[in-house]
Design a protein. Structure first.
Ligand code: ADP
Ligand code: MG
Length: 260
């Protein structure tokens, strides 16, 4: 069971859009996928059409040890794609866990308790901070997938994120790797977008995926229909890009499996 944290402490960079659409693409090719919504805003839950009534047991309960992942899981409209939904309650977990033993390992422990063979991959959609929730996602993950918005300050903040990855690797999870950096919201009519993409590639090299996610209105419309863009309009440029990104991710995971 592969575990991937989708993380970047900046908000609005495409974490949730990436988590939802990669989860959808992987489920479409036959993988059994669990998406853990670890953002109190619950955007991944909403984007997959999970309404408030279905959020009785949530990632908050899992983090607090009040429920198992099995108890919290909600199935989505898509085959092979389940989600642990989130509500605002989750924001309390950061505070409530402060004095709790093993507070960095709450998610890891919960994922370890999933019966073997149930899922092929677990994707965690992180909140826009480097607090306890994101650290839990990193401690529980094999790798991190970083969406990076093609804007002027794209690289700012990334070094802080990578430092956090280093720290988590050194102290809690020595197998943690960077699966890749995905450039998002690329606007081909904007020369700045192009320059940023070039600069990011020059600095980060191979870790950046070849696939670039374009700015595409269909990607932003889809969540209000409770559907992944890949289902809402599988032929839009955004969906096609996410299919390409999923293919690259599968390639990198395969490479890792072979190396291991
Ligand atoms: P994060 O989870 O990092 O906060 P989101 O995935 O929620 O970011 O994206 C922020 C906003 O931008 C959302 O309204 C989303 O629908 C929109 N969005 C994300 N990616 C794209 C894109 N490639 N093109 C257009 N809009 C996008
Ligand atoms: Mg989000």
């Amino acid at each position: 069971m592969n575990r991937i944290a989708v993380a970047n402490q900046k908000g609005g960079v495409g974490k949730t859009t990436t988590a939802i659409n990669i989860a959808t693409a992987l489920s479409a090719v036959g993988w059994r996928v669990l998406l853990v919504d670890l953002d109190p805003q619950g955007n991944a839950s909403t984007g997959l059409g999970v309404d408030q009534k279905q959020r009785e047991i949530t990632s908050y309960d899992v983090m607090m040890g009040n429920a198992t992942v099995d108890q919290a899981v909600v199935s989505t409209k898509l085959p092979r794609l389940d989600i642990v939904p989130a509500t605002q309650d989750l924001s309390g977990a950061e505070v409530e866990l402060v004095d709790v033993d093993q507070r960095m390992h709450r998610l890891d422990g919960a994922l370890n308790a999933i019966p073997a063979g149930r899922y092929d991959v677990v994707l965690t959609d992180c909140p826009p901070s480097l607090g306890l929730l994101t650290v839990n996602a990193l401690v529980a993950a094999h790798s991190i997938l970083v969406p990076l918005q093609c804007e002027f300050f794209a690289l700012e903040g990334l070094s802080q994120l990578l430092k956090t990855v280093e720290r988590v690797r050194a102290r809690f999870n020595n197998g943690l790797t960077v699966l890749g950096v995905a450039l998002t919201m690329f606007d081909r009519r904007n020369r700045l977008s192009d320059q940023v993409a070039k600069d990011v590639r020059a600095v980060l090299g191979q870790v950046v995926f070849d696939t670039v996610i374009p700015r595409n209105v269909r990607l932003s419309e889809a969540p209000s229909h409770g559907l992944p863009a890949l289902i809402y309009d599988h032929r839009c440029a955004g969906s096609e890009a996410y299919i390409g990104l999923a293919r690259e991710i599968i390639g990198r995971l395969d490479g890792k499996a072979r190396a291991a």
